[in-house]
Write a protein that binds this ligand. Structure first.
Ligand SMILES: [Zn+2]
Length: 468
């Protein structure tokens, strides 16, 4: 790769100078510059004095690039600012915000006191689910040494002018909104457009990854391992960006075309890539229903794409169309007081096939839906008397009979069919209905359970969500 753009090449060189100051804070040059321009704090997270000195302007220019591409490798976590530093090894290197108010600032405060272990309860409480997941998957070093800075653009973690040049080039791609997703305005917008969207949580997490460029598309991967810009591994026609993956690639176009026969989507001409923040720009410009449908569509396209690259290539366009259509219908039926249920559906949301579970989507003869404003939960168990093994399954349906969610699992050893049925009812509620103020009609076909101590099965459940 040649360095065609001299201004960008120059910034990459300046980033190298800035890195020297960070890595060798005791050098004569670093001490001189610190005393003059940032006497308090350190180079990576200090607000600087205004100065027109060309030396300082140059360092600042290089530092901007350095800040976009460095990542902390954790030691004791004491040097790493949770909210301002890059420390998560993924597309978007920073956490996406606070899910609950907290004064905690250093990564070291996220560890169990005196241990080399994450405080999972605390982490799940103060971070959004996708951030919590990334953090809890981060391996902590066995001994508690100093935190060190590494460069993301090279596998080795060592800074190179070449990869800094490539990063700077990527960063010059135009952004029409002027609100990149890293800025406070961008965070607010991300919050409104993604986190408040009326889609299941896992689709929101996907939407967030798409909007912040955190999906594992080739362009990002190749930047990290220091190769050139690759073409799409499915169609080979264009560079594999997130826009290409969910909008322009063959499967993306095919599923969108298929959905046009069911859904009113914006004209093709209106679905353009407008800068880095195209996801937010596009979602912001459509009505709530289209907003929801675009997110579902992209989420499913990503599934199709992964299935053809890493999976069995068995997923079909028709199946995908059915899947997102039923999601959208279920969401339609969930308007009103029950809509909060989406916040607690953690498991197996109407994806029976993916989970290897085959439940009939048609209710059996004689089944009637719950009254308006109520949901109906059907629970069932299978029990092998000889071995005591048992399994449970449950389906939650709206008052129109549409499946909202389903879940299943192994109940373990039971002594009787009544016990197995009781566990099925409990597991069904725990998996699907743990929501405050939900009107739930619980139905089981086990007469002993109905006439037993559990009593009537028509219950009004008021669950308090865990508040820790
Ligand atoms: Zn493609």
């Amino acid at each position: 790769m040649g360095f065609k753009d001299m201004a960008i090449f120059n910034q990459a060189l300046l980033a190298k100078q800035a890195l020297r100051l960070v890595e060798k804070p005791d050098s004569l040059c670093a001490r001189f510059i610190k005393a003059k321009y940032y006497p308090n704090g350190n180079l990576l997270d200090t607000a600087f004095i205004r100065s027109s000195s060309p030396v300082w302007q140059g360092i600042k220019h290089g530092l901007e690039l350095l800040k976009s591409g460095y990542i902390w490798r954790l030691g004791n976590g004491k040097s790493v600012d949770i909210w301002r530093h890059n420390w998560l090894p993924r597309g978007n290197l920073r956490v996406s915000g606070k899910a609950a108010p907290t004064r905690i600032r250093r990564v070291s405060d996220l560890l169990m006191p005196g241990q080399r272990e994450w405080n999972a309860q605390l982490i799940n409480h103060i971070f959004y689910p996708h951030d919590a997941e990334t953090i809890l998957n981060l391996k902590l070093p066995a001994s508690d040494g100093e935190d060190v800075i590494a460069w993301q653009g090279e596998k080795s973690g060592n800074f190179t002018v070449r990869s800094a040049y490539r990063l700077a080039l990527d960063m010059t791609m135009p952004s029409t909104t002027g609100e990149s997703s890293g800025s406070p305005q961008g965070d607010r917008k991300l919050n409104d457009v993604i986190w408040k969207a009326n889609v299941p949580p896992k689709v929101r997490v996907f939407g967030w990854k798409l909007a912040t460029n955190s999906l594992a598309v080739q362009v990002l991967r190749s930047w990290r391992i220091g190769k050139g810009r690759p073409t799409c591994s499915i169609c080979g026609r264009e560079e594999e960006t997130n826009f290409h993956a969910v909008m322009n690639c063959t499967k993306a176009r095919a599923l969108r075309l298929r959905m046009r026969s069911d859904w009113k989507l914006p004209e093709e001409g209106a679905l353009r890539q407008e800068g880095d923040d195209w996801v937010l720009v596009m979602l912001d410009s459509v009505d709530a229903l289209t907003h929801q449908r675009l997110l579902l569509l992209w989420w499913r396209v990503w599934h199709l794409r992964n299935d053809s690259i890493f999976g069995t290539s068995m997923a079909t366009i028709e199946e995908s169309a059915q899947c997102i259509r039923s999601y959208s219908l279920a969401l339609e039926n969930m308007k009103g007081p029950e809509s909060g249920i989406w916040s607690c559906l953690q498991r197996a949301v109407h994806d029976n096939r993916q989970n290897g579970m085959h439940m009939s989507s048609e209710p059996r003869a004689g089944w009637t839906p719950a009254a308006a404003d109520w949901l109906k939960l059907n629970c069932d168990a299978s029990f092998i008397p000889q071995t005591g093994e048992s399994w449970w399954g449950s389906i939650l349906r709206s008052s129109t009979g549409t499946i909202i969610a389903s879940a299943w699992g192994i109940s373990g050893q039971c002594v009787s069919v009544v016990e197995a049925e009781a566990i099925a009812a409990r597991c069904g509620i725990e998996a699907l209905c743990e929501d405050a103020g939900m009107k739930l009609h619980l139905e089981s076909d086990c007469i002993d359970l109905i006439s037993g101590p559990i009593g009537h099965l028509l219950c009004y459940l008021r669950y308090q969500r865990f508040a820790s």
